[in-house]
Ligand binder design. Sequence first.
Ligand SMILES: Nc1ncnc2c1ncn2[C@@H]1O[C@H](COP(=O)(O)OP(=O)(O)OP(=O)(O)O)[C@@H](O)[C@H]1O
Length: 604
Amino acid sequence: MIQSDKGADPPDKDMKLSMTTNPENGLSQILRLVLQELSLFYSRDVNGVCLLYDLLHSPWLRALLKVYDCLQEFKEKKLVPATPHAQVLSCEVMELLRETSNSPEIQELRQTLQAPHFKALLSAHDTVAQKDFEPLLPPLPDNIPESEEAMRIVCLVKNHQPLGATIKRHEMTGDILVARVIHGGLAERSGLLYAGDKLVEVNGVSVEGLDPEQVIHILAMSRDTIMFKVVPVSDHPVNSQKTVYVRAMTEYWPQEDPAIPCMDAGLPFQKGDILQIVDQNDALWWQARKISDLATCAGLIPSKQLLKRKQREFWWSKPYQPHICFKSTMYKEEFVGYGQKVFIAGFRRSMRLCRRKSYLSRRRASVCCAGGCYSAVGAPYEEVVRYQRRPSDKHRLIVLVGPSGVGVNELRRQLIKFNPSHFQSAVPHTTRSKKSYEMDGCEYHFVSKETFESLIYSHRMLEHGEYKGHLYGTSVDAVQAVLDEGKICVMDLEPQDIQVARTHELKPYVIFIKPSNMSYMKQSRKNAKIITDYFVDMKFKDEDLQEMEELAQKIETQFGQFFDHVIVNDNLQDACAQLLSVIQKAQEEPQWVPATWISSGTES
Ligand SMILES: Nc1ncnc2c1ncn2[C@@H]1O[C@H](COP(=O)(O)OP(=O)(O)OP(=O)(O)O)[C@@H](O)[C@H]1O
């Protein structure tokens, strides 16, 4: 035990010190009482007491507690400014200083009070003290004729914001009307301008006979405030629609769309963005925000019908190109694990890279897909809701997607190795005959060709392929069997098969595994091997990595809307850690899922 220095201050001195600085019920007060108590033991030299005494007696602890007390006191106090007119006070002081002798201190004070940053500080202080946050509106004109009773004078302070409304000319009357008021914009927040209001004057200038562009010019010229004289629309539209959330299944760039009513008001979005649709009153142009940016005012997006039409027009305007299908899953008999001769059901050997070299592969890889692939003119928006998996619900299926060789199987293998009781692959089906050492339902579900085909026709196969005349594939039921055991089923899918898996039953969470940049890939894949059908343990060549990068880009462009998360597989350990954390979030945190997956009772 550390002995206390008996030559230290006697206990009562300490008590005095703490008593003089203590507020009632403060922590220092408590400390004082503890010291008082301890002082009784101090003289008896009880083990540990002296150490405690020294600790409580230490100047740093006392200083800390004093600070704590001050802060507590400060927290309870309601702060009131000494004066709400610090600027005026400063001017008065300056006046007084002018009359006094010019000592160095006075000079310094004068300089301080005149410094621009100090003046700005006092101005900010006064604004806060007077709670003077609202901008001052100019007075209304007092020469409003009696006959203009039906008019409304609207004065808006711009504060460097756009107006948040668009205008148009009425086709028949030529009147300039407010076409739409943007949600969350200046006009909407004022509650004074509505779609359909007729503009009579802007900043005192009559808009009669003017083009919308000329009116916009007047609006653009106004600096701080805009004054409108409007004839209010008789029945201003009430937005009774509920807010809807959608996933963008396509991208949209307002700058490239000459048909948008107001380019600046357009909201650009990319595939997979979640949009909050706040207004669908117009059949052609909706108003929406990105959920990543809900604080901003809404923007214009094409309605579902309009975007579909645009997609169709774009589709027909393109020269005919056979639709490239990424399908390349081919099954190999079994997977031999790292060093150990273990079979892990659901793993396959890759033949994608080596098949590239054969004529057959080229022919197969570019066949037109019979409809399994995502249609380029499919629904442009998919309604989504927040889904929070309850602990009693089955886990969501985890789907890994990526170009051949990127490491999809490696990551899946690492995951299962990390926690085999938690993560599992589904047992695939095959039509080949069972070998003597195999057990049905262990390595494969051994089924007849007829059974396999009926599973395909009844849409119970998530993916399937052919190898040496035999069919191989993974069924929905095989995945369900893993989920029924309370485990997380992890599988890899070709991108065009994602659609098949996107069901209420499986609620897949799709993770895209992306290659890192070429130079890093070259470095990190130096010793990596591609397990192929023809060359076992073939090393990656530069052209393989190049192809992987190109394919990744194509997959992302065509199927990016289905990805819930993207992981760049550069460092294997980092990618594994990311994968684990993402899977945990997918299972435990609320996620956006298609509304059709969720019955109204479970929507949050
Ligand atoms: N981050 C990484 N760093 C280094 N090597 C890696 C990394 N990820 C994967 N590899 C190695 O790259 C090779 C190919 O990986 P893997 O077999 O998982 O590819 P894949 O995406 O499943 O492709 P395929 O479906 O064609 O087999 C393996 O040797 C694997 O160990």
